[in-house]
Design a protein around this ligand. Structure first.
Ligand code: NPG
Length: 369
């Protein structure tokens, strides 16, 4: 049982090594909310995956800050002695806001596990100590730049290349990469930029032996995704559409996808991500671990999850250096064989370096009961 004594909430900002462009916008810096949760026995860390604006999801940094400060922290303080399994109920007075909830739930779980001296991977029942890494490449100004980036990441050892696409920058780009690399594991991610009227684009993409087409249509369009899946050969993967285990069950049952991208920070934290994994696994649907440009805190959390048995495809678990010159934790590294080590220390196994945390902090408040 754990009692939360204080929650330190901060916004941090760090530059990205280069701009990251998707069909929903361009990111040039990472700005996110990070929580340090203090109990009698330990501290725990959680990272919020919300962005600066509500372009990718309804949630965004300032909103997450307000929800944590005004509702989630007070609910935790008044809950008294609880375990992570009580948190759905404790935080149930807040509808939605899964990214804000994930931040405090993951921090709570981290503190609980650190107090027990157990790693998150062990707690979850991980069956591997290394995970296979993929990398996600943003939309580049030119095809040449895209080909350069693909070659660079393949030389680094990445085992799967994912290309961001949008209408007009799709078939030609994929065709160029496939021509240069006939045998690599290649996928595309549309971030919901298309409609069912674009079925010809996806039929054309069927020619390139892609591992999957990720989130082509609007997140709410499960039925439309099922219609699209019936018209193409390539497996559809859903990301933004899957907000919970219930969503995963619905999507799989409808035939809206054959693969699921699990982002624990987007679905309400590690426990819900685990439930999505279990639903997919029971249905024989492979899952992989998504990424949202996390710092080392979120990256460590993702890695433990990605070590579960249902995660059979390489995830967006890239090296820290893919995004940051100087992460807030010790950097995560992709080894030449394209794998990354799963942390083994208590909890998520890493903590921010104090001087780096201080240097990147834009705003800080300590909440107490
Ligand atoms: O490796 O962390 C990573 C990024 C992988 O492409 C990636 N993430 O749509 O999945 C996505 C995209 C994303 C990034 C979404 C940031 C939202 C915010």
């Amino acid at each position: 049982m754990t009692t939360v004594r204080a929650i330190e909430i901060r916004t941090i900002g760090l530059p990205l090594v280069g701009p990251f462009r998707t069909s929903f916008g361009v990111e040039t810096e990472k700005v996110c909310v990070v929580v340090r949760l203090v109990t009698d026995d330990a501290e725990g860390w959680g990272e919020c995956v919300a962005g600066i604006d509500p372009g990718y999801s309804e949630e965004f940094n300032e909103g997450a800050w307000l929800v944590i400060r005004g509702f989630l922290a007070p609910a935790l303080f008044s809950a008294g002695d609880v375990t992570v399994d009580d948190l759905d109920r404790v935080l149930g007075g807040v509808r939605g806001h899964p990214m804000a909830k994930a931040t405090v739930i993951d921090a709570f779980l981290d503190a609980e596990l650190r107090a027990q001296g157990r790693s998150l991977a062990e707690h979850l029942g991980a069956d591997k100590d290394r995970v296979a890494c993929g990398v996600s490449i943003g939309i580049t100004p030119t095809t040449e730049q895209l080909l350069d980036q693909v070659a660079g990441y393949l030389a680094d050892g990445y085992r799967r290349i994912k290309l961001k696409i949008e209408p007009g920058l799709d078939v030609e780009r994929v065709s160029a990469v496939r021509a240069a690399h006939p045998d690599i594991a290649l996928s595309v991610d549309a971030n919901a930029a298309y409609t069912l009227d674009d079925v010809d684009v996806f039929r054309a993409l069927d020619e390139f032996d892609l591992l999957m087409v990720e989130q082509p249509l609007h997140p709410d369009d499960l039925v439309q995704h099922a219609k699209l899946q019936r018209q193409i050969r390539t497996d559809l993967c859903l990301d933004e559409s899957i907000r919970s285990a219930a969503d995963a069950e619905a999507a799989i049952e409808l035939g809206a996808c054959r693969i699921v991208n699990i982002k624990q920070g987007r679905v309400g934290g590690v426990p819900e991500a685990r439930r999505i994994h279990d639903v997919a696994r029971a249905a024989g649907v492979p899952v992989w671990c998504g990424g949202m440009l996390e710092t080392g805190i979120g990256r460590a959390t993702n890695l433990a999850l990605a070590a579960l048995p249902g995660f059979t495809l390489p995830g967006d678990t890239s090296a820290s250096a893919r995004y940051f010159t100087d992460d807030i934790t010790e950097p995560f590294v992709v080894d030449p064989d394209g794998t990354m080590k799963v942390p083994t220390g208590p909890g998520i196994g890493v903590v921010p370096r104090p001087e780096r945390l201080k240097a990147t902090t834009l705003r800080l408040e300590t909440l107490t009961p």
